[in-house]
Design a binder for this molecule. Structure first.
Ligand code: NAP
Length: 475
């Protein structure tokens, strides 16, 4: 007889609660039940906002907030294997990548603790004008209020950490709605924060219908800031519906890479192969569009395609697996349809576009037509495009030919070309001689254009989650 899937409760006002209704969490790899989680709706969301508001009436001093954050980082380290296996089970992320995510979440907590301890305002040089003579002025950073946080499925631990750890550092209570497909990692973090001494109400985690919980977070005026990571359509829609709140958006990308003829071509090919297919391309900065200068195009292709073909496709729970499943078979079929659209427009499939035990093999598409979805929209799957270009101007134009602008990369040994590209690529971040999939968690990370309107990374997120209050003292 199959073992019964474990049950998980929601965290509301410091209590683990059941609702009588359930959300089933199943493995994207084989559909096996992973757990079922109590299902929240609008009523629980209102109770959670009440709890957050009440908690904030008794502010926690910075050293206590920092101590809790440090304890969570330590506890995550001790339970790293369990956390990685949970990510692999609920998201279908290969264990190799899941372990990296756990280490990164520890660093997100550690950096947030630093921010908690160093959060301070600024002195204003009052006697710099006649009006200010005889006065002292400074700013204090005060928490913005209750934060509503909505997170996606693809980094179910670390992207939740990027919301709840800086919020605690800033002194804000949080109502979190993780992705319905991957709520378990978020609930593990909630457990660790509670065990680390977080008082009731500071963190509330609700799993359930996005529209119902989202509507409360949008409509309740006590939620002063919404932090959303996910798809552009939903993110910008939330912002339109909440004009009086801060709505911080971290959205998608169609990540381009430029490889100049003077680059270390083998190194570029190795880094692109590793970063186009990790977690089956389901990273917002997965390498998707590779532009290679014509002179070295054949060399790059010969170095790149065999590396892609050597990636191990299979069970995410297997330590050797590089590429696992997409989050759903619908997504797999959508990616295949995008490849077929490019092929119908004249592109060549160099490898992939076929299933191995139901999993989409890493796919490389050569010379897609400019208007194909693969050439400008976010694929969010194990597929990338490859095409030659003649001039850097042309490569930059093509890289910019998308509504997105999160991160881009260039490989070159010319400082001039690198700096020129960093100026003209319309993206929130540009990597030089590294794949644009690179992210360290203390970096200011975020996009322009349809990719978002904010920067995450504890130092930046804490600034967004606090208000600057001016104090003027007559001496
Ligand atoms: P998604 O479908 O937009 O979902 C993200 C979150 O929004 C989920 O928690 C979802 O809940 C919730 N949601 C859906 N409809 C909503 C509504 N009407 N009101 C309020 N919340 C709503 O995105 P995803 O498929 O999980 O994630 C993939 C996307 O995230 C990609 O576009 C990727 O590029 C982007 N992403 C961006 C970053 C970044 O930092 N820039 C990082 C990672 C991912 P349910 O799960 O319950 O539907």
């Amino acid at each position: 007889m199959a073992a019964t899937a474990p049950e998980r409760m929601l965290l509301v006002d410091g209590e683990w609660v059941e609702t009588g209704d359930w959300v089933e969490v199943a493995s994207p790899y084989d559909g096996a039940p992973v757990a079922r989680v109590a299902k929240a709706g609008a009523a629980e969301a209102r109770v959670a906002v009440d709890a957050g508001e009440r908690a904030m009436r008794n502010p926690l001093p910075a050293h206590k907030r920092a101590e809790i954050l440090v304890r969570v980082a330590g506890a995550l380290g001790r339970r790293a294997d369990e956390a990685a296996r949970l990510i692999a089970a609920e998201a279908g992320k290969p264990l190799k990548a899941a372990r990296v995510e756990v280490a990164r979440a520890m660093s997100t907590y550690t950096m947030s603790a630093v921010e908690a301890r160093t959060l301070a305002g600024e002195m204003v040089p009052m006697d710099a004008s006649q009006a200010g003579e005889g006065k002292l002025a400074f700013t204090r950073r005060v928490p913005v209020g209750v934060v509503g946080a909505i997170s996606p499925f693809n980094f179910p631990l670390n992207l939740v950490a990027h919301k709840i750890a800086p919020a605690l550092a800033a002194g804000c209570a949080v109502v979190l709605k993780p992705a319905s497909q991957t709520p378990l990692s978020a609930l593990l973090l909630a457990e660790l924060e509670t065990e680390a001494g977080l008082p009731p109400g500071w963190l509330n985690v609700l799993v359930g219908p996005a529209s119902e919980i989202g509507d409360v977070l949008v409509e309740d005026e006590r939620v002063r800031l919404l932090t959303f990571t996910g798809s552009a359509e939903i993110g910008w829609g939330l912002r339109e519906r909440a004009p009086r709140k801060r709505v911080n958006l971290e959205l998608g990308n169609a990540t381009p890479v430029i490889v100049e003829a003077d680059a270390d071509v083998e190194d570029a090919a190795a880094r692109c192969a590793a970063n186009a297919f990790s977690f089956a391309g389901q990273s917002c900065i997965s390498v998707q569009r590779i532009y290679v200068q014509s002179e070295v195009y054949d060399r790059f292709r010969e170095a790149f395609v065999p590396r892609v073909e050597r990636l191990v496709v299979g069970d995410p729970a297997d330590e050797d697996t590089d590429v696992g499943p997409l989050i759903s078979t619908d997504d797999r079929d959508r990616v295949l349809a995008w490849v077929e659209e490019a092929r119908a427009g004249g592109a060549t499939v160099l490898t992939g576009a076929e299933l191995e035990n139901g999993l989409l093999r890493p796919t490389v598409v050569e010379r897609p037509p400019r208007d194909a979805k693969l050439a400008c929209e976010e694929a969010f799957g194990p597929v990338c495009t490859l095409e030659p270009y003649d001039s850097l101007d042309d490569a930059i134009d093509r890289a910019n030919a998308t509504r997105y602008g999160l991160q881009a990369g260039i490989f070159t040994s010319s400082l001039r070309a690198a700096l020129d590209a960093t100026e003209r690529l319309e993206f929130g971040g540009v990597t030089v001689n590294e794949a644009p999939t690179f992210r360290a968690d203390q970096m200011p990370y975020g996009g322009v254009k349809d990719s978002g309107n904010t920067r995450e990374g504890p130092a930046w997120a804490v600034r967004e989650m606090t208000e600057e209050r001016l104090v003027v003292v007559q001496l």
